[in-house]
Design a protein around this ligand. Sequence first.
Ligand code: KG4
Ligand code: ZN
Length: 347
Amino acid sequence: MTVILGIESSCDETGVGIVRLGSGGALELLADEVASSVEQHARFGGVVPEVASRAHLEAMVPTMKRALASADLELSDVDAVAVTCGPGLAGALLVGVSAAKAYAAALDVPLYGVNHLAGHVAADTLQHGPLPSPCLALLVSGGHTQLLLVDDLAGKITEVGSTIDDAAGEAYDKVARVIGLPYPGGPPIDRAAARGNPCAIAFPRGLTGPRDPKFDFSFSGLKTAVARWVEARERDGEEVPVADVAASFQEAVADVLTAKAVRAAGELGIGTMVISGGVAANSRLSALAAQRCAEAGITLRVPRPRLCTDNGAMIAALGAHVVAAGVAPSSFELSADPALPVGTVSV
Ligand code: KG4
Ligand code: ZN
């Protein structure tokens, strides 16, 4: 039995998770504590890196203490430390990496620098067990929108497609601002959309033309189309139908994401799809994905919302997979890599 501590600090969430790796490779989630600085960024409409770094510094030790208490463990029970070393905000990542080094050195246990994006996929194994190989992951967050071919969570992940401009979550956050909803925009748009008509406005579906790249995404044209539509209404002195705009925008995002992901699974001959990242918490995305995956005979796995958004448990889970695969630990020279490629699962 091995107890793995996971530390996440790539954006505005300070996460500490603890996972127990059983002898058969089974994972047991023992703790998942998150401190968020999201409220400090809200008035800026996006994450302010310096503010996030300082908040991580202040939250790290209290979050660690809460995680150990909720797992009913002492620091001395920890057998390995995993930490997000990229991609993400440089200063924010450095706080987590420095803390992880300190804990690993003090406890004399191995240190594993791991990839945040692979961590989002690993989160699903905490809820639904081991992933079949291969599987397709649709990763949709505030910073990333990618289709990933996952042959081995501990080592072989290949990008099949990605956004060429905004991430899906970024589009949610920017559109929320345009229609007067708070930051982060995903949850309030999701709620407003429930009262609106998804067919009210025909917003564009980016990169879906016959000559466009099949598995890449674009959301910047959609974001601009929503802004222009709202501006035209305001210029004419008409009220903006927030619920209809939210529902129509959300439909365009969910339509493109699910259509491309299902097509990729079909063309690559993959029978299981995982959707993770903050936007996977979206009600319409999961409903449409469930419908289209069922039609295509694909098994769909979406972790519960708490595991979709940034957290330390996903990093502990990925660390456990890496430990179980016998991958060598990181050196204490480990540094943060804000642009760590998705194919580099551990450093
Ligand atoms: O994965 P995450 O917590 O952080 C990053 O790694 O970026 O994702 C945050 C993003 C934000 O853009 C937020 O607006 C979006 O996830 N989000 C949602 C929902 N909940 C969070 N987007 C759509 N619908 C939701 N229910
Ligand atoms: Zn994330």
